[in-house]
Design a protein around this ligand. Structure first.
Ligand SMILES: O=P(O)(O)OC[C@H]1O[C@H](OP(=O)(O)OP(=O)(O)O)[C@H](O)[C@@H]1O
Ligand SMILES: Nc1nc2[nH]cnc2c(=O)[nH]1
Length: 186
């Protein structure tokens, strides 16, 4: 698996140091509230589980699963809810936790969908931002790292549901996905 990685972009210790920093900021900002942290499955699973352990305040967690990439490295632009929240978020302080913001289409859809449920506030925490690829403007309140326009895997991020279990963020060797556009290429 490691031999499919062209370059390690963010090491395990860099990830963990940044998550401690983000956790402290979030804990300070929400110390008088009980926020609901919403992990966006599947990619954010590792990030959200490390982030909540770095956040020593009262909080709730919930998860949504959405997908726009399926088996491709390009967003289809169509976001689909696969699993919705388990709770009513009306009047609650919401923090969306994402692994990566790329085109911004997924987050834009989530913000619109969740805003319609009348939360007290909504903020966004993202581990990675690929700003050069943005197609819609979206706010990021807590950010881990800006990254270049490369397809990355590891620490929750996949290609064809593989590589999520790498403990670092790496760039996948392009020959592994070049020419692949979707399911028909499998
Ligand atoms: O800004 P965007 O271009 O919309 O891309 C960001 C989204 O893409 C990834 O999800 P994906 O659809 O690959 O599902 P996954 O989390 O299950 O891997 C990632 O987890 C974000 O949710
Ligand atoms: N795995 C992975 N998923 C993404 N979704 C949007 N951008 C990316 C990326 O660079 N890697």
């Amino acid at each position: 698996m490691n031999s499919d990685i062209e370059q390690i972009l963010i090491t395990e210790s860099e990830l963990q140091a940044k998550i401690k920093e983000l956790g402290s900021r979030i804990a300070e900002d929400y110390k008088d509230k009980i926020p609901v942290l919403i992990g966006v499955l599947n990619g954010a699973v590792m990030f959200v589980s490390d982030l909540i352990r770095a956040c020593p305040i009262q909080l709730n967690i919930d998860f949504m699963a959405v997908s726009s990439y399926q088996d491709s490295t390009e967003s289809s632009g169509v976001v689909k809810i696969i699993k919705d929240l388990d709770r009513n978020i009306s009047g609650r302080h919401i923090l969306i936790v994402e692994d990566i913001i790329d085109t911004g289409l997924t987050l834009s859809y989530l913000l619109e969908t969740l805003q319609a449920r009348h939360p007290a506030s909504i903020k966004v925490c993202a581990l990675l931002d690929k700003a050069s690829r943005r197609r819609v403007n979206v706010p990021i309140d807590y950010l881990g790292f800006q990254i270049p326009d490369k397809f990355v895997v590891g620490y929750g991020l996949d290609f064809r549901d593989l590589y999520r279990n790498l403990p670092y963020i790496g760039v996948l060797k392009p020959y592994l996905y070049e020419g692949i556009t979707g399911d028909n290429d499998i």
